[in-house]
Design a protein around this ligand. Structure first.
Ligand SMILES: [Zn+2]
Length: 345
């Protein structure tokens, strides 16, 4: 946050030195080894359910909320609250007990404070290994945010629904997270990670993120967890997450491309905390490349989402087939880690 006490500055300095030393030695020395081996088998009933789920229902609900609240669902507004109420109702109907995690953030030069919150819902399962599966729930001020990120919200809701309906016991706990104020500087996820106790931080095995799942000229992008295409050194285990996604997409014969961890979504705070990260993205203002168009269809030289952060990001701005493909992949990864077994140290 902006206001830093002397102690916070010292902690920040110590952290900076630690990180610098870790980088100097060419390894993230402070990271503990990734504790899970992902469950290998595919889950055909889940795939079928998620490929055929009604994502349009959620998108229509969020559109209606934006329409009735000044055209957006941005943090600190009635449109955001109504979006949260919708998500909470779906989660409660599925058998979850969602909770709100409040936070406050500053905004702009006049430092006006805005109250917002995340919505969190947990499965049963051993909290010693917690998997956070998240999507941001807020929109920008300039539009209803149906692809960005109603589509990701719809995907996470349907995964949560399937997990509850399947009734199977999970080895590890899944926490479904609907982040607030992503569009205002990733505030919800940032404050979530900041508020974790040391124990909770250690229990948080990984974060799976989905942000923009149905871009109209979209592509299937998997975050580059092994750093093979964009470099960097994603936290240990991020490579395994990328592999789970890639193995899934290759099994269902859908080509993918890698995308960078560029700080553009809610995985960022987890990544900074050394927690394994991964996820899916269908593209925003970036142009579709010739290779993507050849392998995945769509129009080369045109933005993945020409309505990105605009008022036209409405229900007509979403490729529902792409949402279904991405949701099925995210569901697969969720279950692979929810049923993952402890790694032998
Ligand atoms: Zn977004």
């Amino acid at each position: 946050m902006r206001a830093t006490s002397g102690k916070a500055v010292l902690v920040a300095l110590a952290l900076a030195v630690t990180l610098a030393v870790a980088v100097w030695f060419g390894a993230a020395a402070s990271q503990s080894p990734f504790p899970l081996v992902p469950h290998p088998t595919s889950n055909a009933p889940m795939r079928q359910a998620l490929e055929n789920a009604d994502y349009a229902e959620h998108l229509a609900a969020l559109q209606e909320i934006a329409d009735g609240n000044g055209g957006n669902r941005t943090a600190g507004t009635s449109g955001y609250s109504a979006s949260a109420e919708y998500v909470e109702e779906v989660l409660r109907d599925a058998g979850y007990a969602p909770v709100r995690q409040p936070f406050t953030f500053g905004h702009g030069r006049d430092a006006e404070r805005i109250d917002s919150f995340n919505v969190l819902a947990d499965t049963a399962g051993d909290g010693a290994h917690t998997i956070v599966v998240g999507a941001h729930l807020d929109s920008v001020r300039d539009g209803p945010g149906i692809n960005d990120n109603g589509s990701g919200v719809a995907a996470v809701l349907e995964i949560a629904r399937w997990v509850a309906a399947s009734g199977g016991e999970l080895r590890n706990r899944v926490r479904f997270a609907f982040w607030g104020a992503e569009e205002d500087g990733l505030e919800g996820s940032k404050q979530y990670v900041e508020q974790l106790t040391d124990d909770e931080r250690d229990q948080t095995v990984l974060n799976l993120n989905i942000d923009m799942a149905g871009s109209p000229n979209g592509a299937r992008f998997v975050h580059d967890g092994d750093g093979s295409e964009f470099g960097g050194r994603p936290p240990e285990g991020s490579d395994q997450i990328e592999k789970v996604f890639r193995d899934y997409f290759s099994a269902v014969e859908l080509p993918v491309e890698a995308t960078a961890f560029d700080g553009g979504s809610d995985y960022d705070a987890f990544q900074d905390a050394g927690i394994a990260v991964g996820g899916l993205f269908a593209g925003d203002v970036g142009m579709k490349s010739a290779t993507e168009a050849e392998e995945q269809g769509g129009e080369a030289g045109v933005a993945h989402d020409p309505c990105y952060h605009r008022s036209c990001d409405d229900v007509d701005n979403v490729d529902l087939d792409l949402v279904a493909e991405m949701a099925a992949a995210l569901g697969h990864a969720t279950m692979a880690f929810a049923q993952g077994t402890p790694a032998t140290q």
